[in-house]
Design a protein around this ligand. Structure first.
Ligand code: ADP
Ligand code: MG
Length: 935
């Protein structure tokens, strides 16, 4: 399956074709939009910058142009999956055997072999087909959102619902959702390497271009679907969607499939192949021995073939594919979307989680609780964070004085002007709707609580320039014209802004700022756990007409500070504790003030003292001085505050060097290097498209606890795969032991080749897959992680496999001898030996449900599939013993109930043997016996 998928994943180049023509006279399909002025573009699309399209326009255009999607690559057909089941060396051998049977006229055995092959392929097909469908369902969960203006309101819609004429907002970190002609561009730069191969981002502007033949890469006033917005903001009108976009024109499918073969599956295939070679050589030597002992040549050949079938775990790769697919589906149910399959097994090996604070450990609902003015006066703000209703009162006192109100309103006004969010009351629905950054919304709510009207304030000024908030910059600013001067309103982190502040506004007067005193106040504020934001303003020197960017900031006047509370996610503390129990370190990374970070880390139990915390600047100084010492320091640190993206990368690199298997979360453009470097990059559902593109998993609810759930599912999956391997290999061992004992003691074969085939492919071909459905055992999260380098079939597994393998082999051999001794016909003795083996396999399926827990402690309800599998498998065998056709081929005959009962009791020896083994293993130190433990 997987091979086919990668083959199909390649992009197919298709000739360019003309899209459908527009209905309103103008052919809007393939125009040189970059040469047309934007009001003309807007007119042709009957669109409006203030209102966007109306619902009815959208409906019509969706019908006309179709959805804004590129066709995904086709999944393999059922027939392809079915044929793929036959692509295995072992199957080839069986084919040869069947053909030999036909040649020597043994039609009965030939038909049987074909029937078994078909049944085997049929079972495999069902499983793989289900896995394939699961993968397709996951794809549909990964839809990206577009921000558009519709009916005058800014909303998020699935990207596929965009139509030509839509007004879309572009923001750093996201992908351009369709081909757009830019109407506004602020510091906008876009990576168009997908289309042009040019890896440097292109700076965009809005001016109309002349040359219609300009190559795509030079059309600076256009943004193309699928390219990545590296920096800045923009607004554009959609001119082409779906297949009409540039990218739709060059490639039928850009959703190239990920490499879906995981390292584990590759390793397993290698493992299976290696065993196959050894087994084939071994069994043919044994066949030779049998030949010398006087076995007819054909019998010796079939004996060798049958034994190979028994000993080669040919089902392993398929079962593992199924197990991984079950795991991805279980993860999806717990909000973890696996983008790269290796993550399933990788998550189980994770030893270190480096988590963002805001939004992951906290809910990112910023609630503005306190305000601090430069003169030290404090104010409380009541009411909810995302509502405009609430009171602002002095901390000491009941009412605001006029002077206090003026100071606060000035501060709020700056926060409203320098703001990308939106918050307004919807009388129709009786609620408050919000949009944009949580900090921005909190500031708008504060404005409403002071009875200001944010929209009026914004509309009253003319904006001259903007510096949008990017986390590495740490602040945002807006330049606006007022009374012939250009002013700037600015908000951001203290470290970034206070150095620019020279004055402070106190009682409406600009006074020199007492820096030491202000810094002391900010620190106390932050230590109380508030997320602190500085708000300031400034005035451009007269005559400065632009540009307006970070380099042009004038000296600033401090207006005050706001303190926001961002509540912890209720489940975060528990998740951190569970991680610790599972031997996983958790560290918190944040752009916030160390004191704010500390108060949250303490609440979560991540850190206890100032020793556990370091700031980005301190870290950089350490690394500049002596990288080894810096690395040593990181070992003990649990909280990284005021950290920039590059420092995040350093942290991840250092931890990986120290032998950790690191999962790191990220949401913005700047997190990309760290996400890429980490063993597991975790993107947030609400994060940027760039982060999602690079990440290995996406956590759709942004929640730290979900990462922990992912780790748990990863460990479950790994444990289940081990159970399947255990089951398959111990059964193979049993049959080899049984046959070898007979061979070396010069006795007739206890099972004839078709019986071995039957026992191997039919009567335990259902249970192995069923074991992949085992619900997880809670104990896995109480143990240290698996070493990622460790072989899945390690030394403890060998012992664990030999115990049931030898027990089953020896007991069945005993059964065979006993019945022969008692004077039974050879055929009847074989019949009973096979029944004993089939019974033992079923008991052993129970054993394999847990590697260390007693089978009686694993609830049946954890795996009804296995219960059904055991019943069906055994039912099939009972049926075969009673149906003439099978009696004939498999040389079976019915047994009495008493005989069945005796054998069933005897077969329980394998259960007892493994129970005793598990008992001693539990007593000895688990960590050692599992071998995979990390100290
Ligand atoms: P975190 O790592 O916790 O997400 P951020 O990098 O988002 O932290 O924020 C770090 C600091 O940047 C905050 O403490 C705040 O002072 C400032 N900040 C956050 N959001 C904004 C914004 N929208 N505008 C201006 N400053 C902001
Ligand atoms: Mg943030």
């Amino acid at each position: 399956m997987f091979k086919q998928k990668t083959e199909q994943g390649q992009t197919i180049l298709k000739p360019r074709h003309k899209g459908p023509a527009g209905s309103n006279g103008a052919d809007i399909s393939r125009k040189n939009w970059h040469t047309i002025p934007h009001d003309e573009v807007m007119r042709q699309f009957e669109s409006c910058r203030q209102r966007g399209l109306t619902e009815s326009q959208v409906e019509k255009r969706l019908e006309q142009y179709g959805s804004n999607a590129l066709p995904a690559h086709k999944p393999p057909t059922v027939l392809q999956i079915f044929l793929h089941q036959f692509r295995s060396p072992l199957i080839y051998i069986l084919f040869i055997a069947a053909i030999v049977c036909i040649l020597i006229g043994d039609m009965k055995d030939a038909i049987f072999i074909f029937a078994v092959l078909l049944l085997n392929a049929f079972l495999g097909t069902i499983q793989e087909w289900k896995a394939e469908k699961g993968a397709a369902a996951l794809q549909s969960l990964m839809q990206t959102q577009a921000h558009v203006l519709r009916d005058g309101e800014r909303i998020d819609i699935p990207q596929g619902e965009l139509v030509p004429g839509d007004i879309v907002f572009l923001e750093s970190g996201n992908k351009v959702p369709a081909d757009v002609r830019l109407l506004e561009a602020n510091n906008l730069s876009i990576d168009e390497s997908l289309l042009t191969g040019e890896s440097l981002p292109v700076e965009k502007n809005v001016s109309t271009l002349e040359d219609p033949a300009l190559p795509v890469g030079d059309r600076r006033n256009m943004a193309y679907a699928g390219s990545l917005i590296i920096q800045g903001r923009g607004v554009g009108v959609v001119v082409a969607t779906g297949l009409q976009t540039e990218v739709g024109q060059i490639a039928e499918s850009v959703t190239a499939a990920d490499v879906t073969k995981t390292p584990l599956i590759i390793r397993m295939e290698r493992f299976t192949r290696r065993i196959a070679v050894v087994v084939l050589v071994g069994t043919f030597i044994l066949g030779g021995v049998a030949l010398i002992q006087g076995m007819p040549a054909m019998d010796a050949l079939f004996f060798a073939i049958a034994l190979s079938v028994a000993a080669i775990p040919e089902g392993l790769p398929v079962v593992m594919t199924v197990a991984l697919s079950i795991a991805t589906q279980r993860m999806a149910r717990r909000n973890v979307i696996v983008r790269k399959l290796p993550a399933v097994e990788g998550l189980g090996s994770c030893t270190y989680i480096v988590s963002d604070k805001t939004g992951t450990l906290t809910v990112n609902r910023q609630t503005l609780r306190q305000v601090l003015l430069p003169d030290g006066q404090r104010f409380k703000v009541s009411g909810e964070g995302y509502h405009g209703e609430g009171e602002v009162t002095p901390v000491s006192g009941e009412y605001l004085s006029d002077a206090q109100y003026r100071s606060l309103a000035g501060l709020a006004r700056a926060g409203i002007l320098c703001n990308e969010g939106d918050l307004h009351y919807r009388p129709a629905k009786g609620d408050w709707s919000h949009q944009g950054d949580a900090v921005d919304i909190a500031l708008l709510a504060f404005g409403y609580k002071l009875h200001l009207a944010p929209d009026e304030i914004r509309n009253a000024v003319e904006v001259a320039g903007e510096i949008p908030y990017e986390s590495e910059r740490g602040y945002a600013a807006v330049f606006y014209r007022e009374n012939d001067t250009v002013k700037v309103a600015i908000k951001g982190a203290g470290e970034h802004l206070l150095p620019f502040c020279e004055q402070a506004l106190i009682d409406g007067e600009r006074r020199p700022m007492d820096r030491a005193e202000v810094e002391r106040q900010v620190n106390t504020f932050a230590e109380e756990g508030y997320r602190v934001l500085v708000i300031a303003e400034g005035e451009m020197p007269a005559g400065h007409t632009g540009p307006f960017g970070p380099e042009e900031l004038p000296p600033l006047t401090l207006l005050g500070f706001i303190g926001m509370i961002d509540p912890l996610r209720p489940e975060a503390g528990e998740a951190v504790r569970r991680c610790r129990e599972a031997g996983i370190h958790v560290a918190m990374v944040t752009g916030d003030h160390p004191a704010t970070a500390m108060s949250i880390a303490r609440e979560l139990g991540i850190a206890e003292s100032r020793e556990d915390i370091i700031t980005g600047a301190e870290l950089e100084a350490l690394f500049n001085e002596d990288p080894a010492q810096g690395a040593e320091k990181i070992r003990d640190i649990r909280v990284f505050a005021r950290v920039g993206p590059l420092q995040k990368l350093t942290i991840v690199e250092t931890l990986i060097d120290q032998g950790h298997f690191v999962a790191v979360t990220g949401d913005g453009v700047n997190d990309a290097p760290a996400l890429k470097k980490a063993n597991i990059g975790v993107a947030m559902g609400s994060g940027s498209d760039i982060a999602k593109d690079i990440s290995t998993i996406i956590v759709t609810d942004d929640n730290f606890a979900t990462i922990e759930a992912g780790v748990e599912e990863g460990r479950f999956a790994y444990a289940n795969i081990r159970k399947v391997i255990w089951f398959l290999i111990s059964n193979g061992t049993a049959m080899i032991v049984l046959s070898l004992l007979a061979l070396f003691l010069g006795m007739p074969l206890p099972l004839i080749p078709v019986q071995i085939l039957w026992a191997n492919l039919v009567t335990c071909g259902i249970q192995d897959i069923a074991l992949a459905f085992e619900a997880g055992e809670p104990e896995v999260m109480k143990r240290p992680p698996y070493k990622p380098t460790e072989s899945i079939f390690n030394r403890p597994m060998v012992v664990q496999t030999l115990v049931p393998g030898l027990t089953m082999g020896v007991v069945c051999f005993g059964v065979f001898c006993w019945f022969l001794q008692a004077g039974y016909e050879l055929e009847q003795a074989r019949n009973l030996t096979l029944l004993a083996l089939v019974l033992m396999e079923n008991y052993h399926a129970g054993n394999c449900r847990s590697q260390h827990r007693s089978v009686f402690r694993v609830p049946l309800r954890d795996n009804y599939v296995l219960v059904a599998g055991v019943l069906i498998a055994h039912g099939l065998h009972l049926l075969a013993m009673n149906l003439p056709l099978f009696q004939d081929i498999l040389e079976l005959s019915p047994v009495s109930f008493i005989e069945w009962l005796e054998l069933a009791l005897l077969a329980s020896t394998v259960l007892i043997a493994v129970e005793i083994f598990k008992f001693f293993r539990r007593r000895s130190d688990y960590h050692e016996s599992n071998g995979g433990a990390r100290s």
